[in-house]
Write a protein that binds this ligand. Sequence first.
Ligand code: ZN
Length: 146
Amino acid sequence: MPDADHNPDAPVLLAGDAMRVADDGNPRLVGIVCGNCGARAFPPAPVCSECMSEDVRELELSPEGSLYAFSVVHVAPAEWDTPYIAGYVDLPEGVRVFAHITGADAGALEMDSPVRLTTARLGTAGDGAAVESYAFRPANSGMENA
Ligand SMILES: [Zn+2]
């Protein structure tokens, strides 16, 4: 995952251009909206997947959505913490995001329940650095980071 020059004291961030920190200090996902057909998508891409137009611009996505589906993953690449919960979250912009679900056991999660964007440690790189990315947690859990 990390390159040879990575500082193991700094986390490895997987999100790239798909996440930024907003003015309020909280993470936001960045998708795209197509200037030709209006389609919205995540993660950002240089071409609209609906009409192939290159007339796309960034769209900052809502940090709150609803849990569409989820599953517990027990087998993953060696650097990932297992088990973890993978899920699809529907955002108000009409975008469905695939992400880790944190802050709750699978048995406590419910379909269509409100979830909120957060960041989470997802694993440990070969050099010992934390591997972090965006994730969603139950919106009413009161946990800022899980
Ligand atoms: Zn389009």
